[in-house]
Structure formats: C-alpha cells, structure tokens
Ligand binder design. Structure first.
Ligand code: ATP
Ligand code: MG
Length: 179
C-alpha cells in the first residue's frame, strides 16, 4: 500500500565501498535548498578544505557545514588520537544541538560510520542521536562500514557497490570531483 506522505522525516544511511555516499547526501541538501529547506552538515574525520565547504559558504542561509576532523590526520597511528576522539565527540554534540535548534530541516552526519569504525564515537552515540531525531527532521548518515545496529534502526539504507573505481588505477581525489 502506498502511503500519502505527511511531514514525517526519515533516517537514511549511505554506506558501501563505491563512490557516491557523500555526494548523494550533498545532492539531497542541494535539492532541499530548492524547496526552501535548510541543511546542517557535520563532517567527521575531515579537516581539509572540500569543494562543498566553499559551496556552502555561497548559500549560507540554506547549507551549513562544520568539520570535526584533524587537519592532518595521523595515517600511521594504530590507535585513534585523543584529538580525533575529542573532535568527533564535539561533532556529535554540535550536530545534536543543531538538530534540536529548530533551524534545520535536514541533518547530515557525513562519515559518521567511519568515525564509528575507528572508535571515535560509540554505537550508542549514534543510536541515541537517531532516537532524538524530531519527527519532521530528515537525518542522513554516511560512510563505509555502517554498523548493523545503525542499519537496523534506519528507514532507508543504500549500499554503494564498487564495480570499478579509478582510485585502483592510482587516480587520487580530485578537486571538485572527490573533494
Ligand atoms: P564521494 O565523496 O565522491 O561521494 P564517497 O563518500 O562515496 O565519495 P568515501 O568512502 O567517503 O566515498 O571516500 C572516498 C575517498 O576515498 C576518495 O577521495 C577516494 O579517492 C578515496 N578512496 C580510497 N579507496 C577507495 C576505493 N576503493 N573506492 C573509492 N574511493 C576510494
Ligand atoms: Mg564520503
């Protein structure tokens, strides 16, 4: 049976190894802007300048992006650094306040699944966040390795499957395409 849409907001998860998780979330914020909706985006584990951060600065009344990752993440560290944990925890709190502020229709936690995978946030942190979603808010969680509990609690889950990626031919992230 097809239900008529009311003002209920749903929880999406974009996960998997293929390209398109963050861009799908950003595309949704762009589409929503066309309907006058405002998005708050917290980027976990990202501290460098991305094209979307510049783009959001061009439409500040519709899209807000804040980053909660180290500028230069430690690639050789075996355990997460105290700083990366502190930043991710601050990200969860700040996004939570944004979600309850009434100022945003859409909340995007970009790479939150990866932050969970690296033990910067707990499964309970994410489930609590999902449980506190106001009725009409749309919540999007992105990143590889989504936890089973998170997938179970979501309303919509897309798994980006990598069929081919030029990364495997040595093509690293390009400005305006991957970052
Ligand atoms: P996009 O931001 O383009 O939508 P995504 O959010 O789906 O991509 P992420 O997992 O967040 O993808 O990260 C992609 C980044 O990781 C890219 O900058 C890419 O260069 C790099 N990367 C490393 N390995 C891979 C891989 N096997 N497949 C895709 N990207 C990879
Ligand atoms: Mg991504």
């Amino acid at each position: 049976m097809i239900k008529k849409a009311d003002d209920r907001g749903y929880i999406h998860v974009y996960t998997g190894n293929g390209k398109g998780k963050t861009t799908a979330a950003l595309g949704l914020a762009f589409r929503a802007m066309g309907r006058g909706k405002r998005s708050y985006i917290a980027q976990f584990m990202k501290g460098q300048e991305y094209g979307e951060v510049r783009a959001a600065a061009m439409v500040p009344s519709y899209i807000t992006i804040e980053q909660f990752g180290e500028k230069e993440p430690c690639h050789t560290c075996e355990a997460p650094t105290d700083e990366s944990i502190k930043l991710a925890q601050r990200g969860i709190k700040t996004a939570h306040n944004a979600m309850l502020s009434g100022n945003f229709d859409i909340i995007i936690l970009d790479e939150i699944n990866v932050a969970h995978y690296y033990h910067l946030v707990t499964t309970q942190d994410i489930l609590d966040f999902m449980n506190r979603k106001p009725y009409a808010t749309e919540l999007i969680l992105t990143g590889r390795y989504a936890a089973d509990e998170v997938v179970l609690a979501a309303d919509l889950v897309s798994d980006m499957v990598e069929i081919k990626h030029y990364f495997n031919k040595g093509i690293l992230a390009r400005d305006g395409i991957e970052r």
